[in-house]
Design a binder for this molecule. Structure first.
Ligand code: UDP
Length: 449
């Protein structure tokens, strides 16, 4: 981008190889490109984005020598290796670009915008004297909850004693100890993860894929801790829609199936791109769905039921029952599904993207948080925004929860509240709304660096 004919801008966006992180980063790149910036997407070799969907970007593959988190005993170990392995190539590449720009008039201004897990982006920026911006693709509340781990550990509150689990953490209202994202991690891993994602030197700014009105107190807390601009520009799938960013192929046949259902009658079930379950739980889910008598669209990601390629875990009798009122797919066009008028509820693991996508369409949720930020997101949904029911994973309770959400008055009231939130999202992303203003401010801020 040319700035008054003097300067050119190249934004180097460093992507993490997780679906829930890659998607918002590509959406952000799309927005910034539409404002005239040149975009480089630096990404690990593992889980690369589909460059053919983004012909305007330059893609820089960072050799990582990894085959994914599964080959590491812990996710932290994977992250550390990812950061260590990707860093040298990025640094070398940027040094080459800077050295090649001998002519002052053709100099590009480089800004590093990195995913919060790709922390090496911040240290490369410090080494090369470049500005850096950190992008958070989880809720704002997740950040202080992670940062506080060493303090809780030091004060003897982590590991958390059973008697404290239901109590609210005074520094993190309204979250309880049991909602903390690191609650199931070994102590050492939790403390090291907190140290890893806490920036060593403050970035020039933060970007959050969230909305001001959804989490005002968490954002106030972060603003008190960091004196740099914080841009809340979410939900990015609304502020900057892109072509598909899925690693897996979307099965669009489910839209035709949805077209044949009754309005607000379908429960959509998906546990995201990472979560796995065992055969017992998956079978319990299937029985609960079948017995609810509601139509259901269920994403069973290949390999997500341990020990099975896809749905071979289902007994034959159950398959026949499923066919009567349900549809199973390997991967759905989720945003389209949630926007479909026939979908009345979303049974989700409460990943942040899924949460944002559901609130943007006014769809209430059944919450089955599994780990990390999902526990906090479920608390937001059920306790703060009151548009979610925490599900108990037993077939009768599942059947009951599905009917409470789709048939009962309780669900109808939640749907009303969800639709009020949807209206506020629409306002935030339209001209003069908070997210739209933040996007404009972000562009001005980058040009001021
Ligand atoms: N998703 C999708 N199709 C599916 C299931 C999920 O497109 O069948 C997308 C979903 O729209 C969301 C992302 O995958 O953007 C999942 O991200 P989230 O943060 O919810 O959970 P994660 O996968 O990181 O646990």
């Amino acid at each position: 981008m040319e700035d008054n004919g003097r300067r050119w801008w190249r934004l180097v966006l460093i992507a993490s190889p997780l679906q829930g992180h890659m998607t918002p980063l590509l959406q952000l790149g799309t927005y910034l490109h539409s404002k005239g910036f040149s975009i480089t997407i630096a990404h690990p070799e593992f889980n690369p984005p589909d460059s053919s969907n983004h012909p305007d970007f330059v893609f820089l593959k960072l050799p990582d020598n990894l085959s994914g988190p599964g080959s590491f005993p812990s996710f932290l170990g994977f992250l550390q290796a990812l950061n260590d392995n990707c860093r040298p190539h990025l640094q070398k590449h940027l040094v080459e670009i800077i050295n090649a720009q001998k002519d002052e008039s053709e100099k590009e201004s480089i800004v590093i915008i990195h995913d919060n897990l790709m922390v090496f982006g911040g240290s490369v920026a410090v080494d090369l004297g470049l500005p850096s911006i950190i992008v958070h693709t989880s809720s704002a509340a997740f950040f202080p909850a992670y940062k506080i781990i060493p303090q809780l550990h030091h004060e003897g509150r982590f590991p958390v004693h059973d008697s404290l689990m239901q109590e609210i953490v005074p520094e993190l209202k309204p979250f309880r100890y049991k909602d903390l994202p690191f609650i199931n991690l070994p102590i050492q891993d939790a403390v090291e993860s907190a140290n890893m994602i806490t920036p060593k030197s403050p970035p020039s700014a933060f970007i959050w894929n969230t909305l001001e009105f959804l989490e005002p107190s968490a954002l106030t807390q972060i603003r008190q801790q960091y004196q740099v601009p914080i841009f809340t520009i979410g939900p990015l799938h609304k502020t900057s829609p892109t072509p598909s960013t899925s690693f897996l192929e979307e099965d669009t046949s489910c839209i035709t199936w949805l077209d044949k259902q009754q309005p607000k009658s379908v429960i959509y079930v998906s546990l995201g791109s990472v979560a796995n379950m065992d055969k017992k739980l998956a079978t319990e889910m299937a029985w609960g769905l079948v017995n609810s008598n509601q139509p259901f669209l269920w994403v069973v990601r290949p390999g997500s039921v341990k020990g099975f390629e896809w749905t071979e875990f289902l007994p034959e009798g159950l398959v026949a029952e499923i066919k009567l009122r349900g549809l199973l797919v390997k991967w759905a066009p989720q945003k389209e599904v949630l926007a479909h008028n026939e979908v009345g509820g979303f049974w989700s693991h409460c990943g942040w993207n899924s949460t944002m996508e559901s609130v943007s369409e006014g769809v209430p949720m059944l919450c089955q948080p599994i780990s990390v930020d999902q526990l906090m997101n479920a608390r937001y949904l059920s306790y703060v925004w009151k548009i979610g029911i925490e599900i108990v994973l037993e077939k009768r309770q599942i059947e009951d929860a599905v009917r409470r959400l789709l048939v009962d008055k309780e669900g109808e009231e939640m749907r009303q509240r969800a639709m009020e939130i949807q209206q506020n999202v629409k306002l935030a992303v339209s001209h003069g709304g908070s997210s739209q203003n933040c996007l404009n401010d972000l562009v001005d801020f980058i040009l001021s660096l």
